[in-house]
Design a protein around this ligand. Structure first.
Ligand SMILES: Cc1cc2nc3c(=O)[nH]c(=O)nc-3n(C[C@H](O)[C@H](O)[C@H](O)COP(=O)(O)OP(=O)(O)OC[C@H]3O[C@@H](n4cnc5c(N)ncnc54)[C@H](O)[C@@H]3O)c2cc1C
Length: 422
């Protein structure tokens, strides 16, 4: 990693990558693996890894941001192996303190395996046409996930999504457009549930990303404030006056922020306006007693299709604090609540779930889950997002172009690579 250049330094490379979160880092590594190493990453903060925040309590790591890898994280799992980083397997996960499979079976409709087969077949057909700008497909992908599941009598899949979509903070199924559920819940996701394969990198995600980033040319503490894109090349200016000059730009930061730094194209303006950024809050609670002994638990009442924002969606038991109280991580959809309201809601909701004397140790409010407006999906947003790649020698990736997960981001980058470095 490169230390910040002093002010007015100029650095040049063929490829400039804006942001050293999972999208920027995996793209840089994929380029390097193709023999392209003329790449600079420009990162605003003092660390790599983006929305990952590993906090150490003794020898235990609490993850406030990026948490798990599942079967879908094939690229990341391979990298963990290469780096010799052990996987810590997550033990039992339940919903209402029951086996997830029992809760899934309570859903309506035919057998679960039949529903999985039907869901994957219908999903496959629709996703194959997602980029085609077919008005019928656009309409289907724009509708609320629960409407589509109910129309196809997939009640058990709806129950499964309460755990694998809503409890993770991707949204309530009566509001979440189908395209988002489809992007996340694929064959690999289903396999994860059946094999109970959920892992965390030993030592935490920050350590993983630090190791992953070794050898890449990363400029930390360089917040881009201006981007000029001309036929002669691309110039990125940062807040301390440094300049980065290149031929191609790979943008990983939210498009609304990006557009404020440059003259956006029509497509960039259209896509930024079509995205609503949601919020997610992670809190570490210290409780005198916690009645749920399973390591990770969720609640059907708070993850239900039409539940309310702000309630706790899951809990993860961490360790004991020095006073012998239990430390538990919980997550909430932040919606429009202020941080102090979220604190109150987290405590109240935890008490409702049996927590005795819950106290907030630490709370982090994230900008999370870029969600497409239904009207924009109907108007051909997905096709427009694919078509704009390469315009002004700029390529866009990251959570808003794939989905809010490291697995989908790295798979998206693997596809985009053919356009970025043909
Ligand atoms: C609470 C939580 C739990 C999660 N759990 C999981 C999980 O279990 N599994 C999983 O796969 N994913 C998980 N995620 C999602 C995953 O962390 C994100 O999808 C991923 O970090 C997004 O990567 P990105 O590179 O698109 O964006 P980011 O991670 O946001 O990275 C963007 C980078 O760009 C930098 N930047 C911003 N503006 C500028 C600028 N002007 N100039 C230069 N740099 C800039 C930022 O500092 C940041 O480092 C979780 C996220 C959260 C918040």
């Amino acid at each position: 990693m490169t230390t910040p250049p002093s002010s007015h330094d100029i650095a040049r490379a063929k490829y400039l990558i804006l942001g050293a979160g999972p999208a920027g880092l995996t793209m840089a590594k994929m380029l390097a693996d193709r023999g392209v190493d003329d790449v600079i990453l420009i990162e605003a903060s003092g660390k790599v890894g983006g929305k990952c925040l590993s906090s150490e309590i003794g020898d235990h790591v609490v993850e406030f941001g990026t948490c798990y890898a599942i079967w879908s994280h094939k690229y990341i799992l391979k990298q963990m192996k290469k780096l010799g980083i052990k996987r810590n397997y997550l033990r039992a996960q339940r919903i209402d303190d029951r086996e997830l499979m029992d809760y899934i079976r309570d859903g309506s409709g035919p057998s679960f395996f039949w529903q999985v087969f039907k869901y994957l077949r219908l999903r496959g057909r629709l996703m194959a046409k997602a980029d085609a700008n077919d008005p019928e497909v656009n309409d289907l992908l724009a509708q609320p996930t629960s409407d589509w599941l109910r129309a196809h009598n997939l009640g058990k899949i709806e129950h499964m999504m309460h755990r694998v979509v809503t409890s993770i903070g991707y949204g309530y199924l009566n509001r979440l457009p189908l395209i988002h559920a489809f992007r996340w819940v694929d064959f690999n996701m289903m396999l994860t549930g059946l094999l109970k394969f959920t892992v965390m990198p030993d030592g935490g995600w920050q350590r993983f990303w630090d190791r992953f980033a070794e050898g890449l040319d990363i400029h930390l503490n360089q917040r881009a404030t201006k981007i000029v894109r001309a036929a002669s090349g691309i110039r990125v200016v940062t807040e301390n006056g440094s300049e980065f000059i290149g031929e191609r730009l790979i943008n990983t930061i939210p498009l609304d922020v990006f557009n404020q730094l440059t003259h956006p194209s029509k497509a960039e303006t259209r896509v930024a306006e079509a995205i609503d950024w949601g919020g997610y809050t992670t809190s570490l609670l210290s409780v005198a007693d916690w009645p749920h002994d399973v390591p990770v638990n969720s609640w059907s009442a708070t993850c239900a299709t039409d539940a309310n924002d702000g309630q706790i969606l899951f809990s993860r038991i961490e360790c004991e604090d020095e006073d012998g109280r239990t430390l538990v991580t919980v997550g909430q959809l932040s919606a429009a609540y202020e941080p102090d309201e979220l604190t109150e809601l987290a405590r109240f909701s935890a008490q409702e779930r049996g927590a005795v004397d819950p106290r907030i140790v630490q709370q982090v409010v994230w900008s999370y889950m870029p969600t497409y407006k239904a009207g924009a999906i109907r108007d051909g947003l997905i096709a427009a997002m694919a078509a704009m790649q390469g315009e002004n020698n700029t390529f866009h990736t990251g959570a808003s172009f794939s989905h809010e997960a490291v697995s989908t981001i790295s798979s998206f980058n693997a596809q985009l690579l053919a356009k970025v470095a043909p």
